[in-house]
Design a protein around this ligand. Structure first.
Ligand code: SF4
Length: 316
């Protein structure tokens, strides 16, 4: 049986089967390296994703705070792969994870993972959550933008289709729009509002649809200590932005024949990946798109991943 992989970074994080397959889909060399290595420094979006997962599964009284603390811990322990200030990036993403988890946990008790699914030749390590009914999966997807192309790309991904095929269950996919990242910050109602300097009124969006002019000044949530999380969330609701930035998609379970084909494909790909001995050729056109490949420096500076070059090992 081929098992999922465990990253020995001190916090025992699982590399899920869906993530391994996605790396291999991007580029066989990326999949090959991902069997054994992960960069020590995290992309801010990866830190955000890990922290949101931690907050969703937390049993603490304030899971939002737990998520925010997790970003700061990851930034301190692993470091963030940013060009600007790592501390500013950590604080921004901590505030973002805090408010997102607070909203999601208002709708649901702690999220839990399903048990690993057994295939013929592989154990599927899940990246999804199990609904309280035990007959439906759930997943939370953080995206910078959303359109029809993105939707179909997600519905055909290993994190959605692969999970549904291995568990033969439907899924509630919760999409959270965090906005595009510019100069290290995601610009969306979760993070950015408008403050009137004299009345100290916070607004997120004008109900008339107009922009903010005059004396209104932009304000980032992490920079406004006097604006509580509750006030920010109340303003998001009053200004009617919540349905635009968090919504559910109902993904039906694939029919048994289709699910079997997807499982067969996954097993074939993972088996081939684990039996690959020679480093695959690079796929240079996907090194920086749609996101920066974690092994970009290795390939473009002609060296192998190692602890000396800033990677941590994964044990099997
Ligand atoms: S940097 Fe490019 S060639 Fe290298 S593993 Fe990543 S996608 Fe493949």
């Amino acid at each position: 049986m081929i098992l999922g992989t465990l990253i020995t970074d001190g916090s025992s994080r699982l590399m899920t089967t869906a993530d391994l397959l996605a790396a291999d889909d991007r580029c066989h060399r990326c999949g090959f390296y991902s069997r054994d290595w992960q960069p020590a420094r995290l992309q801010p979006n990866e830190a955000l994703r890990l922290a949101v997962d931690t907050g969703l599964m937390s049993t603490e009284d304030d899971p939002g705070q737990t998520a925010g603390d997790e970003v700061m811990t990851l930034a301190a322990d692993r470091g963030l792969d940013v060009t600007g200030s790592p501390y500013e990036s950590a604080v921004h993403h901590a505030a973002l994870s805090d408010i997102i988890v607070t909203v999601l946990r208002e709708r649901k008790a702690p999220y839990t993972r399903p048990a690993d699914a057994k295939g013929k030749s592989l154990t599927w390590v899940s990246s999804a959550f199990l609904a309280a009914s035990n007959v439906r999966l759930e997943a939370v997807l953080l995206v910078d933008r959303w359109n029809e192309d993105r939707k179909w790309s997600v519905l055909h991904s290993w994190r959605v289709l692969g999970e549904c095929a291995f568990y033969e269950q439907p899924m509630t996919l919760t999409v959270v729009l965090v906005g595009q990242r510019r100069e290290g910050k995601h610009s969306s109602p979760w993070s950015k509002g408008w403050l009137h300097p004299r009345s100290r009124t916070l607004r997120i969006r004008k109900r008339t649809g107009e922009g903010f002019g005059g004396e209104w000044k932009p304000v980032w949530r992490e920079e406004a200590d006097h604006l509580s999380r509750d006030l920010w969330l109340d303003t998001m609701r009053e200004d009617g932005v919540m349905p635009d930035v968090v919504f559910d998609i109902d993904v039906p379970a694939p029919c048994p024949e289709y699910a079997a084909k997807v499982r067969h494909l996954a097993e074939k790909k993972v088996t081939a990946l684990h039996s690959t001995v020679e480093k695959p050729d690079p796929n240079i056109s996907v090194c920086s798109w749609p996101t920066k490949c974690p092994f970009l420096d290795c390939c473009w500076e002609f060296h192998e991943p190692s602890e000396a070059s800033g990677f941590i090992t994964i044990c099997h």
